[in-house]
Structure formats: structure tokens, C-alpha cells
Design a protein. Sequence first.
Lengths: 75, 237
Amino acid sequence: MTLDEFVKAFAAEFDETPEDQFKADTEFKTLEEWGSLTALSIISMVDENMDKTITGADIRASKTIEDLYNLANSK
Amino acid sequence: MTGASSGIGRGTAIECAKMGATVVLSGRNEARLQETLSSMEGEGHVVLCGDLNSEETRKEIVEKMPALNGVVHCAGISQIQMAKFMDLSSLEGIFQTNVFSPLMLNTLLLKKKKIQKNSSIIFISSISGVYRSQIGEGGYGATKAALAGYVKSLALELSAQGTRVNTIHPGVVETPLLEVSNGTFGEEKLDALRQKYPLKRFGKPEDIAKCAVYLLSDASSWMTGSNILIDGGFILK
């Protein structure tokens, strides 16, 4: 999965936040819609699209969407 | 005792042995079953290792089973999967282990007359799916609710023989099963959850084991078809 595709898939998990708010360098945890529901959705999205398991700890360790993408890839 | 290789199953086997029971231990891992056995008082306990998800294995195990006065179905797995991302094979997997296998085992035990009169049968359910849930717990909760429903009918079917059937609904208990949640949500989230418990801690296997001992003993001889909540007060908040 490319970074672009990842950013799009990431954005798709948010219902209230417009897609243009999502870039590779977006600090996703500062988004208003970020919470436990979106967190678990992102974990599921990564599992479904990249066949990788990321955890709450991985999310905490990532600042930007790109960080999370790289972390997921490294697994 | 199914699921006797760890967690609630292990804790309950140990507690039952303390109270003088002779226990048949069931699980998939021989080494861990032996560990459970080595922590148990008394003699004459039996270890029957095998995967209860296989019908063949269930039949073999029931053949070797002595006549029983009690059954505790502890074997179970956990899973975190949001409804939007549910896949059939994961759902089938958790239903197989948590519902179909214990029910089919129970059917075999009854068919082969291994359950004597005035016995006590317990299924370990959960607060999840019955009293509460969490995001991603829909599948797991569904399996636990399934057990709660099943026992109400089974209790009626076995009442003529004096055999009682109940479920135990634990809150979060410190067992290897908790690792599933820990992995996904992390230690911090788990700590935050711990603080939400009025009694300020998660359960230990012994807490559930002692409840099981009560249900297995004559002390609960008037209790059947009940769902016993044991959760450190969690659902009150």
C-alpha cells in the first residue's frame, strides 16, 4: 500500500472530518474526531489493508499519519 | 474442567481440588495442564488433553470420562473486531470455541450419561454481551450472551434429574485472555479501566473459582438457570 493510499484509507475512517484535512504530515491525534473509536477503526483498517497488526502503543508512538504508515510497514 | 490449562479454568481446578473434588482436566496444551495438575491438592485427578473444537477429539475425551458430578466450561477465546470490519472466518472461529464446542461437548456428556443426577453444570460467560460491552467486542459478547441464553433451557431440561445449570459472568479477570485487550489497547488503557472498578482492581482467577465452587456444591442446591454477576461492582457505574 502506498503512502497516498494509506492517507486516503486513514481519512475514510473519519465521518466528521473532511478528507482534505488528511495529509502525510497530519498529526492525527490532534484531530477533534480522534478517540478510541477512530483508533480502533485505524487498527482494523491497517489489518485489513496491509495485513499487519498495530497496537495502541504503536499509535501512541506515532505523531503523523506517515509515522504510523512507516511503523506499520516495519512490522 | 475445560480450559484447565490457564486462567479461570486453572484457578477453578485448583480451588475445586482444595475443596476435595477429583477433577478431570481438559485443555489443548499438555505441559500447561500438567502445571495445573502440579498445583492441585489431592489425588486421582485425570488429564485429558485435546482440542475440543474437533468432534473426533470430543468423542474420544467423553469416552474416557468418568461419571461426573459437575462440569465447568471455561475454555474460551477473546477477539477484538469492530462490526464494520468483521470477517466471517474470525466470527466462526470464536463461535466454534466459545459456543459450539462447549454445547456439543455438553450434548455428548448427556448422551453418554456421564452427568449423574444432582450434578451442577457451569458455563463461564462474561459481563460482555450481557451487561455491558466495549467497542470491538460485538463478536465476543455475542458468544457470551449465547451461553447465557442456552443455560435457561438446559436448566429446565435437567431439572427433573436434580441437575442445576448456571452461568458466571465475570468482569475483567487477570488471565492470559486479557493479553488480547492489552495488546490492542495498551497498559495505560487497561490501568484506566482498572480504576473504573469500584473495588479498584480486576478480578483474579480465585475470585471466579470460589463462585464456581459455590455453584458446584450443595450450598447452591436451589439455584438453577441463574446468571451470576461477579464484577467488582463495575456495572454499577
